[in-house]
Write a protein that binds this ligand. Structure first.
Ligand code: DGJ
Length: 731
């Protein structure tokens, strides 16, 4: 058992291979958090907690005249609200009498093998090789009978602890849940940096590292999606932490809607981290006998710096998240029609692009936006999911059959969550979109959002998706979503504060049913590129289009930031034409290929316009990717330099788990004439192993390659790129 309750000490200790997490039932039944960090055996860490009389920090009534016991300073396993803890709270409950209070004390626990279940929401799955145990710890508010059941899933070998909370109303009055974080994590110190991944459309997940300072440093989303602007993944690390050294804590929220993540340094230089559904716009009624289940948070700790933390997340998300056959099977190399044609195509022009796609070795031709209804630009027809026969006579069936004849599979873009006002669907069901009674709705990209909190609207989406998938042979779906949610109201809901979360539950229901019913289909997530790049979406989609920005140099930063919390196999990345459509920059084709190869690799261009030399290079890149895909998708990922810090080049590598092979990549990001000799230092190799490098003479020890590096050829020009394939020399 990875979870031990010691009744004498009243401690709960959660052990994974390399970490220990501990809490204890303290005086008056308050549960305090005592430790999370490197593995420690047989220790009761509550000796670390000292009690002092702190001015202006109240004492719970039960503590009588003991002025040294205060919820305001104790490290707690989950916070109360309204009763004397003034730090950022994990919960806010509005009781039937209008009071806002929750004060949870220990009311029981259960430890059992296996993992707790989460209905209707994504959560980590347990695989054959896993030993997972669950702790359910009940905190009860004695006045209202409301319980917060804290759930812990301990993945022993994988050094992962999942957390979530279930609110149960055992009282006889309804309460209104105004805020519920999936986890609260208190630390007794505060000398940390706080890392988040922020951006905007077409420039997502830029890394920001700031010193934790007094007050709350928070970020989140109230856009109804996890968002381009802030990602639901954060790292708290020691000041001296770097790629391969230092204590790092990871917080990954498995949710695709509004979220909040905050870290607070309190006046006594302690830290509290909370993460959960964003409380703004959220309010949930929990009647007697009812339950509210919060989404899951995936927690990890590594004492081996960012790389150690990254490897924990990459490994668990590659193995324990998505059930698609494409997690094991080789993924198809696709050519997507968006940047090739936008809305301007017909049957003949698509076939021309498709023919050329097959010549450069693509496995899959994907028809993007514009194939349905009167969709000739982005201001109409969302919701009218019948093929536009004027553009595509014979429909998708004829097109897909022809693509098949060309030796490729056929894939299709959809944006099922949306409706255009200029559509038959909207004219028939104007109340099927999210809206607030009597208030005109803001449009985004001209469109409105379907009210997927309603079952009949979910069923409509399921039906048309089934029709599309049953009608022709489609092996891939790009599931797009192109606006932020606002005016979030539902004609069918009594409690409008529930609509945003019910919307997400609706999306999850649809994706659950479709991915189960069509296991042969590869679903790729997308939201204007990477606006919904989160662990919850990766539960359904093995891959997500990482960004609408296909500029290889911008992508270095986007993919770098994304790599901290998400595996490379999840990052949709394509080669596009130059000058790049988003930035106007021109970058060698080889470089575009190398950057796209550090993702799912594909093309986002009109292959029929490539010249013979470009086609040859593309064919070569396609073959290279086929050759290295397993190493790239299954190997350990190492960031060798940061695109934010190293002026000369950006480098990264994939090392096979057995350390017998490695693919190292570099892109020259800044070039000076008559430049200094520079070296790319590798990581993750076997020190004493000798490696051959394809295209180079001799062999080199892992030690030399890691400590001294590979010389970067001086003649390389700005934006040139190179890859180095290393294989272990047989002894
Ligand atoms: C946004 C996506 O990110 C693009 O790749 C493309 O599919 C467009 N939508 C189509 O409207």
């Amino acid at each position: 058992m990875a979870i031990l309750y010691e009744s004498g000490k009243k401690t709960f200790t959660l052990q994974t291979q390399n970490t220990t997490y501990q809490m204890k039932i303290a005086q008056y039944g308050y549960v305090v958090h005592t430790y999370y960090g490197p593995k420690a055996e047989d220790e009761d860490f509550s000796y670390l907690i000292r009690h002092y009389d702190r001015g202006f920090s109240p004492n719970p009534y039960e503590a009588g005249n003991d002025r040294t016991f205060s919820l305001d300073v104790l490290p707690q396993e989950f916070s109360s609200c309204g009763v004397g803890d003034f730090r950022i709270s994990g919960i806010e409950v509005k009781n039937h009498d209008g009071s806002i209070a929750f004060c949870g004390t220990y009311a029981g626990h259960r430890i059992y093998p296996g993992k707790y279940g989460l209905e209707g929401m994504p959560s980590l799955r347990v695989r054959e090789e896993d030993h997972v145990d669950t702790l359910e710890l009940v905190l009860r508010d004695a006045v209202t009978g409301v319980e917060a059941v804290l759930l812990y899933g301990v993945f022993e070998e994988k050094d992962i602890i999942t957390r979530t909370v279930r609110i149960e109303n055992h009282g006889d009055q309804a309460v209104q849940l105004e805020k519920i974080m999936s986890a609260v994590l208190d630390f007794m110190d505060s000398d940390y940096d706080w890392i988040s991944f922020n951006g905007r459309h077409a420039m997502e997940r830029g890394m920001q590292r700031i010193p934790l300072s007094f007050g709350v440093q928070s970020f989140g989303s109230i856009r109804g999606t996890s968002s381009h602007q802030h990602n639901p993944f954060a790292v708290l690390c020691e000041k001296n932490a770097c790629e391969d050294y230092g204590n790092c804590y990871g917080f990954s929220f498995m949710y695709s809607g509004d979220f909040f993540c905050g870290a607070q340094k309190d006046p006594f230089e302690q830290t509290r981290v909370v993460m959960g559904i964003h409380p703004e716009h959220f309010s949930w009624s929990v009647k007697p006998g009812e339950v509210f289940q919060a989404p899951e948070m995936v927690l990890a700790f590594s004492e081996h710096g960012f790389t150690g933390l990254t490897h924990l997340y990459h490994d668990i998300y590659r193995r324990n998240l998505c059930d698609s056959i494409y997690m094991e099977k080789r993924r198809p190399i696709l050519l997507n029609s968006w940047e090739a044609a936008y809305f301007d195509f017909n049957y003949e022009s698509l076939i021309e692009i498709a023919k050329a796609s097959s010549e450069i070795g693509a496995d899959l031709f994907v028809l993007d936006d514009g194939w349905f209804g009167e969709r000739n630009s982005d201001d109409a027809a969302l919701g009218d999911w019948q093929v536009n026969e004027k553009k595509l006579p014979g429909g998708l069936k004829r097109l897909s059959e022809e693509i098949k004849r060309l030796g490729m599979d056929f894939g299709l873009w959809v944006e099922p969550e949306m409706v255009s006002e200029d559509s038959r669907l909207y004219r028939q069901h104007p109340d099927w979109c999210l809206h607030m009674q009597g208030r005109p709705s803001a449009r985004g990209r001209y469109q409105l959002v379907l009210d997927l909190s309603r079952k009949e609207v979910q069923d409509f989406v399921l039906d048309f998706m089934r029709n599309i998938l049953d009608e022709s042979d489609i092996t891939y779906i790009k599931w797009d979503m192109n606006r932020s949610l606002c005016n979030i109201g539902s004609a069918a809901a009594k409690e409008q504060g529930e609509v945003a979360h019910r919307y997400m539950l609706g999306v999850y229901r649809i994706l659950e049913e479709l991915t189960k019913e069509y296991p042969q289909v590869l679903f790729e997530g997308c939201s204007g590129g990477g606006g919904r790049f989160d662990a919850a979406m990766l539960y359904y989609h093995p891959q997500i289009w990482c960004s609408d920005n296909t500029d290889a140099i911008n992508r270095l930063k986007i993919q770098y930031g994304t790599s901290f919390g998400y595996p490379v196999s999840a990052m949709g990345a394509h080669v596009s034409v130059c000058p790049n459509h988003q930035t106007g920059r021109t970058v060698p084709l080889k470089t575009r290929g190398i950057v796209a190869m550090s993702g799912t690799f594909g093309y986002e261009l009109d292959a029929s316009r490539l010249d013979e030399e470009e086609k040859r290079q593309c064919r070569e890149m396609t073959e290279d990717f086929r050759r290295f895909q397993e190493l790239i998708f299954q190997g350990d990922y190492y960031r060798l330099t940061s695109p934010y810090e190293n002026g000369a080049f950006t480098a990264w590598a994939f090392v096979a788990k057995d350390k017998k092979s490695c693919l190292a990549n570099l892109v020259i990001t800044d070039c000076e004439a008559n430049d200094a000799q520079r070296y790319m230092r590798l990581r993750g190799l076997e020190k004493r192993q000798r490696y051959r490098i394809e295209g180079m003479e001799g062999s080199y020890s892992g030690q030399a390659l890691m400590q001294a590096g590979i010389p970067v050829p001086c003649g390389m020009k700005e934006y040139d790129a190179a890859w180095y394939y290393l294989t272990a020399e047989e002894i």
